[in-house]
Design a binder for this molecule. Structure first.
Ligand SMILES: Cc1ncc(COP(=O)(O)O)c(C=O)c1O
Length: 397
């Protein structure tokens, strides 16, 4: 059983220097960057070395403005609603800290949150005396929308949070379904789209969220060290501002007062790695040029094919459940130590990620298995990469 790879995908693979070095299946960790992204980062670093950091930013002001347009276009948002951040967790924290919670307020989590998000929620709840509720789940996975609707009516949460695609399983949440409920009940809604960015077309308007957080280094194929926060007009008009602003987000009026800026810039810091930001912008343009619907289709083919191949292997099983399942494929061996197996695969030139249950303590499938090796393909993976993966999984046992 092999999967065809058209000339178009081969051409994109040829623009990915790392693709020939290993069979790379760690895109849910950090994807391999394509040449235009690498060149954008290097060119700006060179410029900074040549003329100075502040001068380079001024010189590239138009290109930097363009980053907001490109990253925004990937999620269907205009640049006026885009804040650039250091990573997804930073974006999430800025959104969370901007909501004026009061003691006793409820935050409703639609499904298992990413561990770092959950830590932030718990910390906030402890400090401010909030209650975190977890929405009931459907047997088929994801939030039960009817139960969620009833819970929102009953408990009137100040905020609903959801993860578009989980980190330790391929389950894709119905974030638009949840968004429709949040709109109906006029509840603020924060979506973590860290894994879905770059995998599929995303439309934050259609999702109906007030905040959408994501990172540069995963499926969108940007460099490490940048993230994005979408902030809706509604949230901006409410005057929400992060707890800690700096002089980009606010003007210091005197010793005791400051004035937050009107625009979405109040969700940003003054300092950026502009080389990394320009790389993020190049990655967004690269994905837009390919077409996110085409990327989604190709990832769907790879996902089905790889899941099928692993299901046929003795000693391995794919552990995530639910529908739909995207191209983050957690696999577990019936014998052996996961971390050791992962290291052996790495030595054999097959890059995956090792995920112990402790990294995703609310993932029920992972709880039962104890650990998973996460296989996350991208469109630049070749049929030979997949054969190498399957062969290595067989051999390692
Ligand atoms: C679903 C999800 N949310 C958030 C994050 C955190 O992203 P970052 O490390 O850029 O803060 C990750 C990282 O793996 C993730 O998978």
């Amino acid at each position: 059983m092999t999967l065809e790879m058209s000339d178009d995908w081969l051409r994109l693979r040829a623009q990915t220097p790392g693709a020939e070095k290993a069979a790379y299946f760690n895109n849910a960790g950090a994807a391999l960057m394509p040449k235009p992204v690498i060149e954008a980062v290097k060119a700006h670093l060179d410029l900074e070395a040549e003329i100075g950091g502040y001068e380079a930013a001024r010189d590239q002001a138009a290109a930097i403005d363009e980053v907001y347009c490109s990253v925004g276009a990937v999620i269907g948002a205009p640049p006026e609603n885009i804040a650039l951040t250091a990573n997804a967790t930073d974006a999430y924290a800025r959104a969370l800290s901007s909501i004026p919670f009061e003691k006793g307020d409820v935050i409703l989590a639609a499904w298992s949150e990413y561990a770092s998000n959950q830590i932030q929620l718990i910390s906030l709840a402890r400090r401010l005396g909030l209650e975190i509720l977890r929405a009931p789940q459907r047997a088929a996975g994801g939030a039960d929308l009817d139960a969620l609707d009833a819970l929102i009516k009953l408990r009137k949460p100040r905020l609903v949070v959801a993860v578009h695609m989980n980190t330790s399983s391929g389950f894709i949440e119905d974030v638009a379904g949840i968004g429709a409920l949040c709109r109906r009940h006029d509840t603020l809604y924060l979506v973590d789209g860290c894994q879905s960015l770059g995998q599929m077309p995303i439309d934050v308007e259609a999702i109906g969220c007030d905040f959408f957080s994501a990172t540069s280094r995963k499926f969108i194929r940007g460099p490490r060290g940048a993230g994005v926060l979408y902030v809706s007009d509604h949230a901006l008009e409410m005057g929400l501002e992060p707890l800690f602003l700096d002089l980009r987000g606010a003007v210091l009026l005197n010793e005791t007062e400051y004035q937050p800026v009107e625009s979405v810039r109040r969700f940003e810091d003054w300092e950026f790695s502009y080389a990394v930001l320009l790389g993020f912008g190049a990655a967004a343009r690269y994905a837009l040029d390919i077409g996110l619907d085409r990327i989604e289709r190709r990832l769907g083919e790879l996902n089905r094919h790889i899941r099928g191949r692993i299901a046929d292997l003795d000693g391995w099983r794919v552990i995530d459940q639910g529908e739909p399942l995207g191209p983050i494929i957690p696999v577990h061996a019936t014998s052996g130590d996961g971390e050791h197996l992962h290291n052996v695969l790495l030595k054999a030139g097959v890059n995956t990620n090792y995920t112990p249950h402790a990294w995703a303590p609310m993932d029920d499938d992972l709880r039962e298995a104890g650990w998973a090796i996460r296989v996350s393909p991208h469109y630049y993976n070749s049929p030979a990469d997949i054969d190498r993966l399957v062969f290595a999984l067989e051999e390692v046992l």
